[in-house]
Design a protein around this ligand. Sequence first.
Ligand SMILES: [Zn+2]
Ligand SMILES: [Zn+2]
Ligand SMILES: [Zn+2]
Length: 147
Amino acid sequence: MTSDFETQLRAVSLRVTKPRLAVLTALHDHPHVDTDTVIALVRADHPTVSHQAVYDVLRALTDAGLVRRIQPAGATARYETRVRDNHHHVVCRFCGAIADVDCAVGRAPCLTASDDHGFVIDEAEVVFWGTCPDCVTTSSANAEGSR
Ligand SMILES: [Zn+2]
Ligand SMILES: [Zn+2]
Ligand SMILES: [Zn+2]
């Protein structure tokens, strides 16, 4: 996997560095985590990598298109390495868990605006909101317990 990331970094003319490989590896293993979690994951393996270095790497990788930044309304920004496939996300209202949802159409934009106001539309941002299986189980368990 590491050599894959090296190839990806070189493809976008970014130098291969330990912090960049560490961030890509952390996001590959733990998709949809926020900045603090990325910092914790990276520093668990590489204690010498600073918080600021992780911030800088996340920005550079996002700008280069190797990392996708998603920010569901009211949530902190999350990052993932699954880019360029226009997939969507389902977000749990209770715990913030996020899962990937493949695009039914597969190409952006996957929705056609009823009125495009003359704009050339290239993307429709779709976020599915709901309750994740864990939270469904917890809330029904609580409901039974209170009866
Ligand atoms: Zn949940
Ligand atoms: Zn995703
Ligand atoms: Zn779609």
